[in-house]
Write a protein that binds this ligand. Structure first.
Ligand code: PEP
Ligand code: MN
Length: 338
């Protein structure tokens, strides 16, 4: 309440709250009075209280994401991804490495990269068959033939498959092949797609929208979970800022901030986060050191010929180096690279 709020105004606010079957707790300080509200099961519409005489401000203490939040679920969630070679864990003390090209371009390209990724020790392979591109004239992905190649990669190399669905139609097809369904940054607030992902029976890798706050990010996860799918892996992939020396600004402080707010695992994509090959390894190391539950990295054996995101793809040898360094860095903070 405002410092000059009268007893009458305080009483009126308490009565308004009580009329909604909620409890009030009046806390009188030397300068001002605060009124705490309890007994609500969901979010309260604070707008009507805020406009009452004598009210200074209304602050929501509990967060609107009940399923994604840590309040009701204090222990960290570990997501188990089944691959032909066994289960890969994401979260808790397990750091998952997910690597592969931006897009599936051909069987030969996918197989070459899958072989390198597997040789370096990773268990999860990424690659888009459906690409959400800024320009309609850019390569849009191979679509269904791309999914067929991913299915072959899974069979041939035993790697788990992470691939993106861009709409409900592609999700129907991706769901059959993928071990993890990716929802891209541009789709983070495509609520009908999020609901469909919530009805899928595979884990979802949800990327942070390029201008999404953490609350918006977690509310997007809440959409998926509210439909019954608890297996959501969050992914920080850089946000838009005034910085123009990188493609995006990778927000590594989101890692501890998400861990504080949510029990869900948070992985980091230093490829889209920086957009520059030379910056991928430094930021990937930093992400592991900051406690990320995994990395999503773009790898290409011939980046100059890549049909998308070649500038940010690291070479297979660099990926092998990252696996070795990541393992050591993870160990320093008690984590294990899975
Ligand atoms: C991707 O992972 O290839 C991709 C398109 O990422 P984002 O949605 O983060 O831009
Ligand atoms: Mn990409």
């Amino acid at each position: 309440m405002e410092t000059r709020a009268t007893d009458e105004q305080i009483r009126a606010v308490c009565e308004r709250i009580a009329s909604r079957s909620l409890q009030t707790h009046v806390v009188r300080g030397s300068l001002r009075t605060a009124i705490a509200v309890t007994g609500n099961s969901g979010a309260i519409d604070i707008g009507s209280l805020e406009s009452m005489p004598g009210v200074l401000e209304c602050t929501a203490v509990s967060k609107p994401y009940k399923l994604a939040g840590r309040d009701a679920h204090p222990e960290s969630t570990v997501i188990h991804i089944s691959t032909p070679l066994g289960v890969a864990a994401v979260g808790g003390r397990s750091v998952a490495m997910i690597a592969g090209p931006c897009a599936i371009e051909s069987r030969e390209q996918a197989f070459t990269i899958a072989e390198c990724v597997k040789a370096a020790g990773a268990r999860l392979f990424r690659g888009g068959a459906y690409k959400p591109r800024t320009s309609p004239y850019s390569f849009q992905g191979l679509g269904e033939p791309g999914l067929k190649i991913l299915r072959e990669v899974r069979e041939q190399f035993g790697l788990g498959i992470v691939t993106e669905a861009v709409d409900q139609e592609s999700l129907d097809l991706v769901e059959v092949v993928a071990d993890v369904i990716q929802i891209g940054a541009r789709s983070m607030q495509n609520f009908s797609l999020l609901k469909r992902a919530g009805r899928a029976r595979k884990p979802i890798l949800l990327k942070r929208g390029m201008s999404a706050t953490l609350d918006e990010f977690l509310m997007a996860a809440e959409y998926i979970m509210a439909e019954g799918n608890d297996a959501v892996i969050l992914c920080e992939r850089g946000v838009r800022t005034f910085n123009d020396h990188t493609r995006n600004t990778l927000d590594l402080s989101a890692i501890p901030a998400i861990h504080r707010r949510s029990h869900l695992p948070i992985i980091v994509d230093p490829s889209h986060g920086t957009g520059q090959r030379r910056n991928v390894l430094p930021l990937a190391r930093a992400a592991v050191a900051a406690g990320a539950d995994g990395l999503l990295v773009e790898v290409h054996h011939a980046p100059e010929a890549a049909l998308s995101d070649g500038r940010q793809a690291i070479l297979p040898a660099e990926f092998a180096q990252l696996m070795a360094e990541g393992r050591e860095i993870a160990a320093v903070i008690g984590n294990t690279l899975s």
